[in-house]
Design a protein around this ligand. Structure first.
Ligand SMILES: C[S@@+](CC[C@H](N)C(=O)[O-])C[C@H]1O[C@@H](n2cnc3c(N)ncnc32)[C@H](O)[C@@H]1O
Length: 117
């Protein structure tokens, strides 16, 4: 449902083995798709940085992704940085309401202002 120009900066929070990060990267030309995760083995089997990188390589998008070991509660990117922030089956794994609230504020912080056209 998103409009893609190909130059977007995209962040996938809780990328796991890279599903949404890679899906976004396939829609990019000059853009970059970043994925962050803490690789919690309880949330996903074979949940590793290496698995995400390997899947990006298998899908031929390794040059369009950037994978970082980082917590959604403290996203290591500057304010107003991303056109799109994606996340699938991650935020509900954050135990406290306060924690989920912090993540939502972090998402707002790193998103560029305005609605993409
Ligand atoms: C059920 S998996 C989903 C993975 C992927 N989004 C997908 O759709 O295949 C949930 C992911 O969220 C990650 N996760 C949980 N808490 C996190 C946090 N505080 N910061 C970053 N990632 C987190 C887990 O490590 C796991 O990789």
């Amino acid at each position: 449902m998103l409009t893609w120009k190909g130059n977007e900066r995209v962040l996938d929070i809780g990328t796991g083995r890279g599903l949404l990060m890679i899906g976004a990267a396939k829609r990019l030309t000059t853009g970059k798709s970043s994925g962050i995760d803490i690789w919690n083995k309880k949330d996903l089997s074979n949940d590793t940085y290496e698995a995400a990188l390997r899947n990006a390589e298998l899908e031929g998008v390794e040059n369009k992704v950037e994978i970082r070991n980082a917590d959604a509660l403290d996203i290591p990117f500057a304010d107003n940085n991303f056109d799109y922030v994606l996340s699938n089956l991650c935020i509900h794994n954050i135990g406290s309401q306060r924690g989920r609230s912090v993540v939502c504020r972090e998402i707002i912080r790193v998103l560029k202002p305005g609605v993409p056209h």
